[in-house]
Structure formats: structure tokens, C-alpha cells
Write a new protein. Structure first.
Length: 223
């Protein structure tokens, strides 16, 4: 198990958006850093850091990475939306020693169950976002997980990803994925300060080994 880990969301805002505080050093200071899809670091080091330990990619992202990869398959293997197996096999043949895994669809269903169990409203059974999947994976691998800009800070804009000029509020608020309910759950688990949450969108989460659920003690019946 790693010590402290970082989940570097692609929604991180850079200083090009007018923000003076840069987060790159804070991201790189941890034992492991998780990134998503093809989000680059070159040219953005001062804002998002340079270190990459693991990436989570979806079926639309061609795997050109050299770190540990976890492939998110949102449909059952027999009928994927995209031709994911051909590039997967080709990549495995070219990189036989690279750890590269496909997440079982059942895992996504289990994560959705967690979100629903912690939500009063009935939510649509759509798969969780890659960001939430990454957070839960790192909580299983690390003693403590620091997440940047999953919960939007004062730095928030409608820019979807720091490396793409595409604007859509749904990237933050959610349209298909249950993003709002994911973020509310993560915010409830936050052990960090409100100042960091407000200025950096930073939350600090315990690894699963550090989570202690309360024990149910039924009342002793009166004699």
C-alpha cells in the first residue's frame, strides 16, 4: 500500500485562467499520482505537476501511455460501444510488461450502489464518472488520497479540461454520470480544511484501511 496519493482531475484550472496559486508541486509531492485519459503534463507542469504513476482511460481514448493503465469498459465486453479489444490486444503485444487492466462492469455497478445508498433521491442507474472510479481505486491502494478540483473551487470555469478549449458546464455539474451525487459523497468524506476546498478544490480522503465504520449496538431490552 502506498502512503499518500493524488488524483489529478482533468478539470484542474491553470494560471492561464488568472489564478496565481499553482498546484503542480503539491501534486508531485505524493507517492503516486493518478491521471485520466490523455491529459498531458508537458507545458502544464507548474499547474498539474509532471509525475504520473497510473492512468485511467475510457474506450474512446487511444492508450499511448507508458504508465500503469486501467481501462474503463462501461459496457459488457461482448457488445462494446467502441472497438476496444483490437487496440487493447495490439497495445498488450507492443508492451507485454506494462500493467494494463480492464475494469469489470460489475465494479461500476457496485460503485453506483454506493452512491445510491448514500443519496436520498432515486438517481438514474448510469455509470459513475471516471473521476469517481479513480478516487475509489486510489482509496483502496493508498493510506491517504488528495484530490484536486473534483469538488469545484473558486477557480472553477466552464472549461471541461485544462488542455482542451471546450466549454460545457455539464463537465462539472454532470449530465450523464451522477456527478452531483458523487461530489456530495466525496465532500462528506473530506478530512481536509475548508480553506483548501475553497481555494484549491482540494479534498483529503482516508484510504479504506483507515476507514472505521461505526458498530451497531442494539439496545439491551429492559427486564
Amino acid at each position: 500500500m502506498a502512503g499518500t496519493c493524488t488524483v489529478s482531475e482533468s478539470t484542474l484550472q491553470t494560471t492561464e485562467g488568472g489564478f496565481r496559486e499553482r498546484l503542480g508541486f503539491g501534486v508531485d509531492s505524493h507517492d503516486a499520482v493518478l491521471r485520466f485519459n490523455s491529459a498531458p503534463t508537458r507545458g502544464y507542469e507548474k499547474d498539474v505537476g509532471n509525475k504520473t504513476t497510473m492512468r485511467i482511460i475510457n474506450s474512446q481514448c487511444r492508450p499511448l501511455c507508458v504508465t500503469v493503465l486501467i481501462f474503463v469498459c462501461l459496457k459488457w465486453y461482448k457488445k462494446p460501444d467502441y472497438n476496444l479489444f483490437t487496440p487493447y490486444i495490439q497495445h498488450r503485444q507492443r508492451n507485454p510488461n506494462q500493467p494494463f487492466y480492464i475494469l469489470h462492469p460489475k465494479f461500476m455497478g457496485q460503485l453506483w450502489d454506493i452512491i445510491q445508498e448514500n443519496t436520498k433521491e432515486q438517481i438514474q442507474p448510469n455509470p459513475p464518472s471516471s473521476g469517481f472510479i479513480g478516487i475509489l481505486i486510489m482509496m483502496s491502494l493508498c493510506r491517504e488520497v488528495h484530490v484536486y478540483e473534483y469538488i469545484p473551487s473558486v477557480r472553477q470555469t466552464e472549461l471541461c479540461h485544462y488542455h482542451e478549449l471546450y466549454y460545457d458546464a455539464a463537465c462539472t455539474l454532470g449530465a450523464y454520470h451522477p456527478l452531483l451525487y458523487e461530489k456530495l459523497l466525496v465532500q462528506r468524506l473530506n478530512l481536509g480544511t475548508q480553506g483548501d476546498l475553497h481555494r484549491k478544490g482540494k479534498v483529503v480522503l482516508p484510504g479504506f484501511q483507515a476507514v472505521r465504520c461505526p458498530t451497531h449496538n442494539p439496545a439491551v431490552p429492559q427486564s
